[in-house]
Design a protein around this ligand. Structure first.
Ligand code: ZN
Length: 326
């Protein structure tokens, strides 16, 4: 790039999700100057969504009082497997029709700056490590619990991606060999037992068995039955719904104990929509982790809630762009 490099010091970052796009413009020190949120409209296909990503970044720039020529680089994170070296999103579970989309090349051509791609959970781990609840830690695990369960690993101060970039898939550890079928094709993964989708599925089963009049009524009123519905029914004192959430917490704890033993982290950071359910989920998770993990590993680890919340991914991209690290 030619021109006036000293003016180009701002970083653009985008979190592309199945339902929403979050864009920010930030300085390298992590200060956010402008942001934009808009629905992904994933059903309109990759071309329309790519256009919306650019529009969202432009809006974030405008809110910061900046223009495209002020950008030094952009980063985008997204769920699902991606080829970070080629900048290609291989596929995304919540983005129908996305297969091998060269997202970095598109952004580079449209914006005229280098673009980087990363898996969203990896980015969130990095964001918490540099700017959030994991500041100052060299060994940390980030776990996102929402419709699915994802994760990212920081080992010895660096993001660990594994051989093909899929390391840290914490949701796909087998917990119950003959358990429910998981989206990945395996049975009894943590995701199939403790994610929002799993809690909602147990709620559906409960309603079908006539096990909770309250949950049935709430599901009818909301015209939907999600993990949030189950958790609200639990809050209102429904014993069976409390049992579902506690059971999910118990499974989470089994997973956490294994991560503690394998990685000996200083901190495990829990993010994602289900983290908001709070102690009904987390108390049994902590108890189970404490009961199963090895003592020497357990005494080193702290369980923390996300500090960056839904900014974790974009802040991770800012960290990645700032350090130019791989
Ligand atoms: Zn799985």
């Amino acid at each position: 790039m030619t021109g006036a490099p000293e003016r180009k010091k701002y970083l653009g970052a985008v979190d592309l999700g199945g339902s929403k796009i979050l864009s920010i413009v930030a300085q390298g020190d992590g200060r956010r100057l402008g942001e934009d949120r808009r629905p992904t409209d994933a059903e309109r296909g990759p071309d329309a969504v790519l256009e919306r990503i650019v529009g969202s970044l432009e809006e974030a720039l405008a809110k910061a009082g900046l223009q495209q020529s002020d950008l030094a680089a952009v980063g985008i994170c997204s769920p699902g497997p991606c080829d970070i070296d080629a900048g290609v999103l291989s596929s995304a579970p919540n983005l129908p029709g996305w297969r091998d989309v060269p997202i970095c090349r598109y952004l580079e051509e449209r914006l005229g700056v280098p673009a980087r791609l990363e898996n969203d959970a990896n980015a969130a781990a990095l964001g918490e490590h540099v700017y959030g609840a994991g500041r100052g830690c060299r060994h940390l695990i980030y776990m996102t619990v929402s419709t699915g369960i994802g994760g990212g690993l920081i080992i010895d101060g660096r993001l660990y991606r594994g051989a093909t970039g899929v390391a840290g898939e914490l949701g796909h550890m087998t917990i119950e060999p003959d358990g429910p079928l998981c989206g990945c094709g395996n049975r009894g993964c943590l995701e199939a037992l403790a994610s929002g989708t799993a809690i909602a599925a147990r709620g559906e089963e409960l309603v079908a068995q006539g096990g909770s009049a309250l949950l049935a009524r709430m599901a009818q009123e909301e015209a939907d039955l999600t993990a949030g519905t189950v958790s609200r029914a639990a809050d209102q004192g429904d014993i069976a719904c409390q049992g579902i959430v506690e059971r999910a917490g118990y499974y989470l704890g089994i997973g956490l104990a294994s991560y503690v033993n394998i990685f000996n982290p200083e901190v495990i950071i829990i993010g994602g929509g289900l983290a908001k359910v709070g102690e009904l989920l987390l108390a049994p998770a902590k108890a189970e982790m404490a009961a199963r993990a090895m003592r020497e590993a357990l005494k080193a680890v702290q369980l923390k809630m996300t500090e960056l919340e839904d900014y974790a991914g974009v802040m991770g991209m800012v960290a990645l762009l700032r350090e130019g690290c791989r």
